[in-house]
Ligand binder design. Structure first.
Ligand SMILES: NC(=O)c1ccc[n+]([C@@H]2O[C@H](COP(=O)([O-])OP(=O)(O)OC[C@H]3O[C@@H](n4cnc5c(N)ncnc54)[C@H](OP(=O)(O)O)[C@@H]3O)[C@@H](O)[C@H]2O)c1
Length: 320
């Protein structure tokens, strides 16, 4: 699409609503069962027009939830900057149809106030995120990780105050262990800013949220659960069956190391492929369907480096 061409969202974007949306815990919020993450493929190093095409496809097919964090890029902050540009170019008229999240908790800027869980860091970080994203508020703000060195009340009260200040509508927690999560749920309930959702890594190769009882706890408490890296960063797809493509995350990025492409994994993938064939599922669809079948999972938060990948992933909700 020419960069000057005005984007108009597809009129059919909610036609699959019956299959696409799920209630987030016991809240009033419906989220798409397939949401789009901006960790990779939306940074300053990525072609803007490709990022743009992926978001158009997403929104045109009812994916209303985009997930960001302060340090997504690279460089840090640049995925939010890309999002801000997308808002200006395309999505401003649709702001109220979008559910946008961001996070703070990992390293973002140098010095003692750009990392972890202090009030100072969380509030300054969200202010920066809003400026980069050209938004007045986000729909959802997450603590990105638990910081055992900051009093839990300091982190949580900063989050409550963010909601009170109108900078976020809802709160989320990501990567916290079960015990502090339990404390957080109680604290936030008492402050009338209840936890909306937990974001955890869950896929067929990494089942800790199930094994550690986090998914069960969320389900019991009426808190939504969104599974990140549902395709294990691409391992649970056909991407690496025949080798390591030059344009893949494994070839380009230190987050996915070639040592994870083991003979055992390849055997597992071939089994998954054979199983998928009987249901006319790709490997990716098999992997996503497995997560979506777990009771209490609201959404899978996929990444995609092309429209074709996103289309493959999204079709799991119409073909599960
Ligand atoms: N809270 C946290 O701590 C945390 C941590 C990690 C991620 N997240 C969130 O979760 C989102 C998703 O994470 P992720 O990118 O690791 O997710 P993922 O869906 O497991 O992996 C995405 C990668 O898999 C490949 N892929 C996706 N669909 C494919 C398909 N149909 N066929 C073949 N290959 C396919 C692509 O790799 P190529 O690039 O090689 O094409 C793509 O970049 C992030 O953007 C972020 O929002 C949160």
């Amino acid at each position: 699409m020419d960069i000057q061409e005005k984007y108009t969202a597809s009129e059919e974007r909610y036609d699959n609503a019956e299959n696409l949306y799920a209630r987030c815990g016991r809240s009033g919020v419906l989220l798409p069962r397939v949401s789009l993450g901006f960790w990779h493929n939306f940074g300053g190093v990525d072609p803007y027009e490709r990022s743009r095409a992926i978001t158009h496809y997403a929104f045109d097919h009812g994916i209303t939830h985009f997930d960001l964090a302060n340090n997504y890029g690279p460089p840090y902050g640049s995925a939010e900057t890309t999002f801000g540009r997308l808002m200006d170019d395309d999505f401003r008229p649709y702001r109220d149809e979008l559910f946008i999240s961001t996070k703070a908790g990992y390293d973002m800027w140098p010095g003692p106030y750009g990392d972890h869980g202090s009030r100072k860091y969380l509030i300054a970080s969200l202010d920066q995120s809003l400026r980069r994203m050209h938004l007045d508020y986000v729909d959802l703000f997450y603590s990105h990780r638990y910081d055992p060195d900051t009093p839990i009340e300091e982190t949580l009260q900063a989050m409550v105050d963010i909601v009170r200040a109108g900078k976020a509508l809802y709160l989320g927690i990501s990567n916290w262990p079960l015990q502090p999560l339990k404390k957080a749920v109680k604290y936030l309930q008492e402050q009338h800013a209840p936890l909306l959702i937990y974001q955890g890594r869950l896929n067929m190769l990494h089942r800790k949220p199930i094994e550690e009882g986090i998914l069960e706890f969320c389900r019991e408490q009426g808190i939504g659960f969104i599974a990140y890296s549902p395709l294990a960063q691409g391992l649970l797809t056909d991407r690496y069956l025949e080798g390591i493509p030059a344009d893949s995350r494994m070839a380009k990025d230190h987050f996915l190391h070639p040592y994870s492409r083991t003979p055992k994994l390849l055997d597992y993938l071939r089994e998954l492929q054979a199983k998928g064939e009987t249901r006319q599922h790709t490997i990716a669809q098999e992997a996503l369907a497995w997560i979506l079948e777990q009771e209490g999972v609201t959404s899978v938060l996929v990444g995609a480096s092309s429209v074709a990948q996103l289309a493959d992933n999204l079709s799991v909700v119409s073909r599960a």
